[in-house]
Design a binder for this molecule. Sequence first.
Ligand SMILES: [Zn+2]
Length: 322
Amino acid sequence: MIQIRTKCVLIAAFASLHIILVTIPLSALNTTEQGTRRRIAITFDDLPATNGNLEVMSYVTTNLLRSIRLNDVPAIGFVNEGKLYKRGEIDARTNLLWQWLEAGLELGNHTYSHIHINDAPFAAYKEDLIRGETVTRMLLKEKGMRLRYYRHTQLRTGPTPEYKKALEELLAERGYVVAPVTIDNNDYIFADIYSKARARNDKETMRRIAAEYIPYMESVLAHFEKLSIKFLGREVRQTLLLHANELNADHFDDLIHMMTGRGYIFITLEEALKDEAYRLPDAQAGRGLSWLHRWMIAKGMQMQPEPREPEWVARLFETYPQ
Ligand SMILES: [Zn+2]
């Protein structure tokens, strides 16, 4: 009997020691106001890569996937299939998409040509969207997966309510789930300068842009966390838009480190969309907006200005040589 009691005490002591060891680092992390861990789905647009030749596209794919795997992030990539068709390179470019699937990740459709919805009649947009399915659907099928997510180009859902409705019907008809974005940002501005600087081997500009990029992204996360609390009374399961570019390929580890420091855990898009907020009506908007803003506008609320990139970055975006 005594022996048993001693054993129990020992187990209890060990258990509490274990709890202390585990909870100290976790409690040091930021959490939502409700004390739960923040959740976020990471999405990459413009695959195989926003810009560049095959060498750049391969660089972006290899390094992004290395970092995504290292950090165990269940990301999804949205494809512009038009980027696959270069004579002599079709197989190599298609293989870049295959590598995403080989890494255990998912792919979605982001139109064939990254078409501008505000300039395209509905019939042309529809054709571009359907044309953008072919290879991705085939690759997913080989993996026993189904093409199920659609990401609007420029996050624009239609220039008029009628257009938006027709597009919603088309997407439903073709079995798509819309992939919304709650954390919209200007990563492309930083990435554009970074990419040009890399092509010129301008290491100083690359360093300055990368150093500014992470705090900028942190300010954007903080903004949408607060906005979510203001609107929903809690933090939504966030969906972050990033682009497949050299800046993210080189610095995704730093982004992950920053987000982990804010208490985020990384979830699939499917898990994020289980948040009931994604069932709210989204306002028609002629411009690309966070879904948080769309939900707010649909309820008659005002948008709130988002954090901007620093002035020197905006200036360099205009003036950095091609
Ligand atoms: Zn895009």
